[in-house]
Design a protein around this ligand. Structure first.
Ligand SMILES: Cc1cc2nc3c(=O)[nH]c(=O)nc-3n(C[C@H](O)[C@H](O)[C@H](O)COP(=O)(O)OP(=O)(O)OC[C@H]3O[C@@H](n4cnc5c(N)ncnc54)[C@H](O)[C@@H]3O)c2cc1C
Length: 387
């Protein structure tokens, strides 16, 4: 089994100052009390319109984000590229509500496609459905409630935005990934995404849906989609993740009295994730998969299976993806062995990226073992350089 313990490879492009900064950052986010108070203070400061950029930009922002604009991400794209790691530019403004905001996001995603078309280290573009559509509108459609004329118009504009971005990606030869979100809007997001997949995946895997494998219905969804794709002669392209909204999903299901869509335990989620990865890898003639995880076992398992099936490490239809600033030991060690590896590189004005940063800090506090693993590896490398 592949291991990711080589910290010299993992941190080779970080100087001592950056290494120490990362170490202190993970020490801070490792403290639940501090993260809780810090998040509350930050939300309050934003609500009061107090300036927060001076404190965030040189610290958490610069660790987890590429910059405020695509141009500002340039050094990160180059640095990752030098280690054989690609970038996926992720425009991360969240909580937008107006048609102008959604049009602005659409234009940003198209700008990332323009950038990807001329930059060999950017293989995909990405967007979140709620970057293009109002959350409440998608929820209303999924709940089967009647729409007002204004809402019907609004939904037509959502479909137009999806098509504009996807067709633009196809015209520039840049595949587009569509993130997944809460289950009570995901059926509608799936429908929009599937329409794009059936329209644009005839010749190559251009449009990727995202499957959250903590959901107990996703493995059968994937099996059925692969059969349908074979029948219709299209490519089945998926980013696989475990899923980011577990607590919210469980709480809502409990509150509203329906069965939770999430597996009852982590082992079941892990098994579903690995089974889905295997299913895609065994169908690579028509499937393309991006293994989106910080889980060492899942990455090693996928790499092992490729070896077993004599699939070359750099096969076009398999990539691995981690978030910028997290699990570099996985990204850099996989890339060093010739696998296709990408980092999600979030960007956007500091203020609008705050919800993303808070989620990263909370995730590093709550995901068992994640922070201690990052700290252990950073400490190991600092010691190695001293000796
Ligand atoms: C490149 C990339 C893209 C991403 N895109 C998306 C996206 O579009 N949509 C999205 O929702 N998330 C997305 N994520 C986040 C992802 O879903 C996970 O939250 C995150 O990656 C942690 O899971 P893991 O596989 O990395 O690590 P692990 O630490 O192995 O797994 C943690 C995850 O396991 C699951 N889990 C934990 N405890 C339990 C339990 N008791 N029962 C059942 N399941 C459990 C949860 O999903 C939890 O997040 C993305 C992550 C990456 C790296």
């Amino acid at each position: 089994m592949m291991n990711f313990d080589n910290t010299e490879i993992a941190f080779h492009d970080k100087n001592n100052r950056k290494l120490r900064k990362a170490y202190w950052l993970f020490r801070l986010v490792g403290s639940p009390g501090l993260v809780k108070t810090g998040s509350m203070l930050l939300k309050f400061a934003l609500w009061l319109h107090l300036p927060v950029k001076w404190a965030l930009k040189p610290t958490v922002f610069s660790h987890f984000c590429g910059g405020e604009t695509i141009e500002e991400c340039e050094p990160v794209i180059k640095q990752l590229g030098a280690s054989g790691i690609s970038t996926i530019l992720d425009y991360s403004a969240e909580g937008k509500e107006t048609e102008q905001d959604f049009d602005y996001t659409r234009d940003q995603i198209m700008a990332t496609i323009d950038k990807a078309a001329v930059e060999k280290h950017i293989p995909y573009a990405v967007f979140k459905p709620t970057g293009m559509a109002k959350f409440d509108l998608l929820a209303k459609i999924q709940a089967g409630k009647p729409l007002s004329e204004e809402e019907k118009d609004s939904y037509e504009r959502v479909k137009e935005r999806f098509d504009r971005v996807c067709s633009y990606g196809v015209s520039k030869g840049v595949p587009v990934m569509i993130d997944s979100e809460e289950s009570w809007i995901q059926d509608v997001a799936d429908q929009l995404t599937e329409d794009m997949m059936f329209r644009y995946n005839g010749k190559a895997p251009m449009i990727f849906n995202t499957l959250q494998m903590y959901r107990h219905d996703r493995l059968s969804y994937l099996e059925e989609f692969i059969s349908k794709a074979r029948e219709k002669g299209i490519y089945a392209a998926f980013k696989l993740v475990r899923g980011a909204y577990m607590e919210k999903e469980r709480e809502r299901a409990l509150k509203m009295g329906y069965p939770s869509p999430i597996y009852p335990d982590k082992d079941a989620t892990d098994k579903a994730f690995d089974d889905a990865t295997e299913l895609c890898i065994r169908n690579l003639d028509i499937a393309s998969v991006c293994v989106g995880t910080h889980n060492e076992k899942s990455c090693a398992g996928a790499a092992e299976l490729m070896k077993e099936l004599s699939i070359p490490a750099g096969h076009d239809h398999v990539s691995f993806a981690q978030l910028l600033g997290m699990s570099d030991h996985i990204s850099y060690n996989l890339a060093e062995k010739g696998y296709q590896v990408c980092k999600y590189v979030p960007y956007g004005p500091v203020k609008t990226v705050v919800p993303y940063l808070i989620r990263r800090a909370e995730e590093n506090t709550s995901v068992a073992g994640q922070t201690s693993r990052e700290l252990f590896l950073l400490k190991k490398e600092i010691r190695r350089r001293r000796s």
